[in-house]
Write a protein that binds this ligand. Structure first.
Ligand code: AHR
Length: 500
């Protein structure tokens, strides 16, 4: 099979946004405890933070980290997690049927974020709590001193305010599983009032209202319209969440998952623009795709404990990812990048152990899943501006999405260095594709790097003993002459080609 693409430096969608490469740490399973934080681990630093994990987090290239949830945040009392550790209460976490010892809280997270070199994205509890607790937490985090909560932070050891900019106004409030679940009207009202009060402390915050938990929610569309009717003037972004998995062996539909992400983003953008018109507003609301990934929700390890069993840091949602999962993750990043005009922030959910690119053994090793690689390479090499390609490709038939192009790609170009990068997937389950790309307008003269993630067995998974067998490998087929790039894409593969 063959496919052809034309790239033109004039077809700019918008800038590559560093915040597209965000991730997420929730108090869930072993994400925090024995994930990023394990005081007894041989690699732990003076704050109990695992330095082996910090190294991998930096290598992953994540830019923002959302915290502390997720479903967890809708029952969270942030005050439990600050002050002398020995005085902090252990609490039931109803969302994940676990016990949180609260030995890790806001101050520990901010110390970790500084060491990881990431921007924090803080979520407030609008499930069991409301406006008052939100402004208390904001005061604790962002006010220099001279008031109760600001001075509390200072006495807990952080003299300087954290000045956190990005705040999520609750989590998945459209979901009946959410503690304190609300109708769109109820949620819109409390989100608007929380936002208004928070801006009285700090007008420059960037606030994210809750959108839909997935595009198949019965309230999808109506939820966004109603919430934005209530909150339009007070917020900057609306969230989107989506998880994909191979259902019942339907690999073709799974590989086309980005079709749903495209639909999701386009629909939310259109809904936000409808409210903009109806409310005679000039500003635009953008999208924070702050939970996205592959997640096999039906698997046993995804199910929380029950009854009187309320463990601390149980094994939960520890999905092991294969090659096809990594190709889908790479394709979802392609979708986020091509929507850089509307998606202004995104978070792969999550970062460590829980549906994560980075895994740890308690007391032992930290290692990279297959999904680590497309994320790290895209985060490192997508620079400058996103270009919209013109693609002509064979079609693949799928049960879920109808027929879709077998090749999906996006390109970026850095005006300063003149370097370009293509990120491309072959979604055919069986056929290699010869791709030719007209890059004359880019002025590129040589292939700097061509790398492909694939495996004859697309179900191959990494583990702690062998996390390297499926590292992306140099794609020797890539050539560039007279403005024509040609590269062979194996079936079920993700590739990156860099040009200068
Ligand atoms: O990321 C795992 C969970 O998925 C989050 O807690 C929740 O927000 C979503 O349903």
């Amino acid at each position: 099979l063959t496919a052809s693409v034309v790239l033109d430096r004039a077809f700019v969608v918008g800038p590559v946004r560093p915040r597209t490469f965000g991730t997420f740490v929730e108090h869930l399973g072993r994400s925090v405890y024995t994930g990023i934080y394990e005081p007894d681990h041989p690699a732990a630093d003076e704050d109990g933070l695992r330095t082996d994990v910090l190294d991998l987090v930096r290598e992953l290239g994540t830019t923002t980290v959302r915290y502390p949830g997720g479903n967890f945040v809708s029952g969270y009392r942030w005050e439990d997690g600050v002050g002398p550790v020995e005085q902090r209460p252990a609490r039931l976490d109803l969302a994940w049927h676990s016990t949180d010892p609260n030995t890790f809280g806001v101050d520990e997270f901010m110390a970790w974020a500084a060491k990881a070199g990431v921007e924090p994205m803080m979520a407030i509890n609008l499930g069991t709590r409301g406006v008052q607790e939100a402004i208390d937490l904001l005061e604790y985090c962002n006010v220099p001193g001279g008031s109760y909560h600001a001075d509390l932070r200072r006495s807990n050891g952080s003299a300087d305010p954290y000045r956190i900019k990005m705040w999520c106004l609750g989590n998945e409030m459209d979901g009946p599983w959410q503690i304190g679940h609300k109708t769109a009207e109820e949620y819109g009202r409390v989100a608007a009032e929380a936002a208004r009060a928070m801006r009285m402390i700090d007008p420059d915050l960037e606030l994210v209202a809750c959108g839909s938990s997935n595009s198949r929610m019965p309230t999808f569309g109506e939820w966004e319209a109603t919430v934005l009717q209530e909150t339009y003037e007070h917020v900057d972004l609306i969230s989107a969440h989506a998880y994909y998995y191979e259902d019942d062996g339907d690999l073709s539909s799974f590989l086309a998952s980005a079709t749903d992400m495209d639909y999701f983003v386009d629909s939310v953008a259109a809904t936000a623009d409808y409210v903009r018109a109806a409310r005679k507003q000039s500003k635009r609301i953008h999208i924070s795709f702050d939970e996205w990934n592959v997640w096999y929700q039906g698997r046993a390890e995804s199910r929380p404990p029950s009854g009187d069993d309320w463990p601390v840091a149980p094994v939960l949602l520890e999905d092991k990812y294969n090659v096809a999962d990594a190709v889908v993750v790479g394709n979802l990043l392609i979708s986020l990048l091509r929507h850089t005009d509307r998606v202004h922030a995104a978070s792969l959910a999550q970062l460590v152990n829980v549906i994560a690119p980075i895994m740890t053994e308690p007391g032992g090793r930290a290692w990279r899943q297959t999904t680590f690689h497309p994320f790290a390479l895209t985060a490192r090499h997508a620079k400058g501006e996103v270009l919209r390609p013109a693609v002509s490709a064979p079609r693949v038939e799928t049960t879920r999405f109808g027929d879709v192009p077998a090749v999906d790609l996006v390109a970026t170009r850095d005006e300063e260095t003149g370097e370009a990068a293509l990120f491309v997937v072959n979604r055919s389950v069986s056929e290699p594709i010869d791709l030719s790309v007209d890059v004359r307008s880019l002025g590129s003269e040589r292939v700097l790097e061509a790398t492909t993630l694939s495996n004859p067995d697309h179900t191959w998974q990494a583990d702690a003993d062998d996390a390297t067998s499926v590292l992306p490998r140099t794609n020797e087929s890539a050539t560039l002459s007279d403005g024509a790039l040609s590269v062979e894409l194996p079936p079920v593969s993700w590739s990156m080609v860099r040009l200068s």
